[in-house]
Design a protein around this ligand. Structure first.
Ligand code: NAD
Length: 335
């Protein structure tokens, strides 16, 4: 059996904490160092990751002896630089989505990954959810025949804070990218998009020239059609549904109630609900990292990888452009 894989965890915020707990539970992984410019944040995450030490400088983490892999969980506008530094230091890279805020920066970072020949996986955890993974298996087995339509809803319970929005790239690049990735994963490549966006409730989105509500129409290369609805607010909690409709039926991926329980009263009955991405995709966050480390120790294809990172961002950039310019955009025209 090979030695434990030594890891640096970069970024100790919301998603960094989730990954820290999963990393600490893997028997073949050792988090050596946690890095965050806010040292108190790194200190808070250190026990979750069972890490030896903390630093406020990523270079120090990359230079730490024996580190084989990095898990990047920092704000989106820092990913590209950290990916390049990690690749040059010959580390295997798991990075949260997306690679960068625009395509030119994404191309450059992924070029450095290629030049250094290091493994790379992007954090599209939904692909590892048991529902989405099974949908993919059935579609690949041809159980739906030809796919004609895809419909997806992606709504968060509440808008993120202004600080987060500022560095996020906007709704299409930050939030809708998950639905675009899943549309590609299940339905194949996309030819053209047409997007509308609106500010319906979030003053921060308005001030930052972002939107809080969007609908994107998709035309797939196969000729299938799709529609994606996103909102930054759903008072009842996280709302993620994907429907694939084809000649032999349809597949719907939608979470059952969180607890297998109905509470009956004079008001009728109540079910509970996954309120946020952390609990809805709790297992998927674990499984995506398991896959990354399994491939690292046993060899295998790192997926979703560079091309998935690039193509999902291309769709997000096309949707952003379509919303801003008010006409459909061909994906191939966005570089
Ligand atoms: N896969 C998902 O579903 C999912 C969900 C949430 C966030 N994300 C992605 O994860 C990333 C982080 O989001 P978050 O919600 O955890 O943000 P966050 O603001 O809660 O945490 C980011 C942390 O990174 C730290 N940081 C900033 N610059 C750094 C640097 N150069 N080196 C090390 N640490 C640095 C910050 O101090 C902060 O503690 C974003 O890119 C976001 O798109 C993905």
């Amino acid at each position: 059996m090979r030695d434990q894989i030594k890891v640096a965890l970069i970024g100790a915020g919301r998603i960094g904490q989730e990954h820290a707990k999963n990393l600490a539970s893997f028997p073949n992984v050792e988090v050596v160092i946690v890095c965050d410019p806010i040292i108190a944040a790194a200190e808070r995450v250190r026990p979750l990751a069972r890490a030896g030490r903390v630093t406020d400088k990523a270079e120090e983490a990359f230079a730490e002896s024996g580190i084989e892999a990095v898990v990047i969980c920092t704000p989106t506008d820092t990913h590209a630089e950290l990916i390049e530094a990690a690749a040059r230091a010959k580390k295997a890279i798991f990075c949260e989505k997306p690679v960068a805020l625009d395509l030119p920066r994404t191309h450059r970072a992924l070029q450095v990954v290629r030049e250094n020949g290091v493994p790379f996986q992007i954090g599209f955890q939904r692909r590892f959810d048991s529902g989405y993974a099974e949908a993919k298996r059935r579609l690949d087995a041809g159980e739906l025949g030809r796919i004609d339509q895809i419909r997806a809803v992606g709504r968060d319970p509440a808008p993120p804070p202004r600080e987060y929005l500022l560095k996020s790239g906007g709704l299409f690049i930050d939030q809708a990218i998950h639905d675009f990735d899943i549309a590609r994963f299940l339905g194949g490549e996309i030819e053209e998009v047409s997007a509308w966006g609106a500010v319906r409730f979030d003053e921060n989105a308005a001030a930052l020239n972002d939107v809080d509500t969007a609908t994107t129409l998709l035309r797939f290369k196969s000729g299938a059609l799709g529609v994606i609805e996103n909102s930054r607010r759903a008072v009842y909690g996280y709302d993620i549904v994907t429907e694939v409709f084809g000649e032999a039926g349809k597949i719907v991926v939608q979470a059952e109630p969180k607890t297998p329980l109905r509470h009956y009263s004079q008001k009728g009955y109540q079910l509970d609900h996954y309120f946020f991405f952390m609990d809805r995709f709790h297992e998927a966050f674990r499984t995506e990292l398991e896959s990354f480390f399994r491939n690292l120790s046993e060899g295998g294809e790192f997926s979703p990888g560079s091309s998935d990172a690039l193509e999902s961002l291309r769709i997000s950039a096309a949707a952003t452009k379509s919303w801003k310019e008010g006409h459909p955009i061909k994906i191939a025209d966005v570089n």
